[in-house]
Design a protein around this ligand. Structure first.
Ligand code: ASP
Length: 344
């Protein structure tokens, strides 16, 4: 079976199916608890079938998610900001070679790693993002520097690399980002899929959303994009309102999947607008937004928390690496497959 037909199968299996409503329903008791602080993370969505991961890999992915949850929770427990928490969680995932962000990023058609990231502060609606950067060890921290130390929202490519140096962020040689698995994925893509992006984006983007004890929300997303991207392609992750969005009192969102579709549906902002303008609950808004992605042929998933810290997970793929922790449920919990209950 080719990757394309596999993806088609996945999409047709899930098209029109309100997966999150049926399988990922929020238990009433959990939904009623209002946490003081809350954090959710993801490590990408894709065509991910049970049995495809060895038990060791399954364990390693969950350990990676747990480490990110613990890093973010440490900040939130101590009364730190949601902004610091999402940055801390994403940095852990960027440093983990299993995830497609920072070290372990996928390769472009030319065999380079070009990284995208964004962060947004729900309290001020300030945002920072970078696209196509090649030398910053932790692109999420560069996105934060754009937000806090430049008058801009989005910097790209050589200019963003230069800004990173000027700001004194930790630099990495291009081969720091190399992993053998990603290189093999590129070689496979070169053989079969050279006309298009890798439709499996099996181990996608990473992201985090958080509510802090002061009631502020924040979102962060970081990615290597999709294997075989070229012509300076940029996905949804660094586009504010598409892959990343946060607004106090409403929600914070980080998305993963076929970025072109998330851009066209303003996915992250759409979740928030559904809550603010239509009065939808966060899970309902996540599901409806994913349905709009399905309708135009896209796939992937998203994580969201509302202004009170309730977490929601929406997806139309077979799996999404995901996890949550909160003051109401302070042990990190993770899930991978779509039919596995999402943590709350
Ligand atoms: N959304 C990312 C992009 O389009 C890829 C992914 O999440 O797998 O760049």
């Amino acid at each position: 079976m080719t990757l394309q037909s596999l993806r088609r199968l996945t999409l047709s299996a899930f098209a029109g199916l309100s997966l999150s409503a049926s399988v990922l329903a929020v238990p009433a008791a959990a939904a009623e608890k209002t946490p003081q602080w809350s954090l959710a993370v993801h490590g990408g969505a894709g065509v991910l079938e049970r049995g495809e991961l060895t038990p060791e890999k399954d364990k390693a992915f969950r350990a990676g998610l747990n480490a990110a949850l613990e890093a973010g929770a440490k900040v939130l427990k101590a009364g730190g900001s949601s902004l610091d928490a999402v940055e801390a969680a994403v940095r852990v995932l960027e440093d983990n070679p299993l995830f497609n962000a920072g070290k372990g990023a996928v390769f472009t058609a030319e065999g380079r790693n070009e990284l995208d990231a964004a962060i947004m502060d729900g309290a001020t609606l300030k945002a920072g993002a970078v696209a196509g950067v090649t030398r910053t060890r932790n692109p999420i921290s560069l996105a934060r520097a754009v937000m806090e130390k430049s008058p801009h929202v989005l910097l790209a490519r050589e200019g963003a690399d230069q800004f990173s140096k000027d700001m004194g962020l930790e630099q990495a040689a291009p081969d720091y980002f190399y992993t053998e698995d990603r290189w093999k994925q590129l070689l496979a893509w070169r053989k079969d899929q050279h006309a298009m992006l890798d439709p499996t984006h099996l181990f996608g983007t990473v992201g985090a959303v958080a509510l802090d004890q002061k009631g502020h929300v924040a979102a962060a997303t970081s990615t290597g994009g999709m294997t075989g991207k070229r012509w300076g392609r940029i996905g949804d992750s660094p586009i504010i309102g598409a892959g990343t969005y946060a607004r106090d009192g409403v929600c914070a969102v980080s998305a993963t999947g076929s970025g072109e579709y998330f851009i066209r549906e303003s996915a992250a902002r759409q979740v928030c607008d559904r809550i603010a303008w239509k009065g939808e609950a966060v899970q309902q808004a996540a599901d409806a937004t994913m349905a709009s992605i399905t309708k135009i042929g896209g796939d992937g998933g998203l994580i969201a928390i509302d202004g009170e810290g309730r977490a929601a997970f929406g997806m139309n793929d077979l799996g999404m690496y995901r996890g949550a922790i909160s003051s109401a449920a302070p042990t990190p919990r993770t899930a991978i497959y779509a039919d596995e209950p999402s943590p709350r």
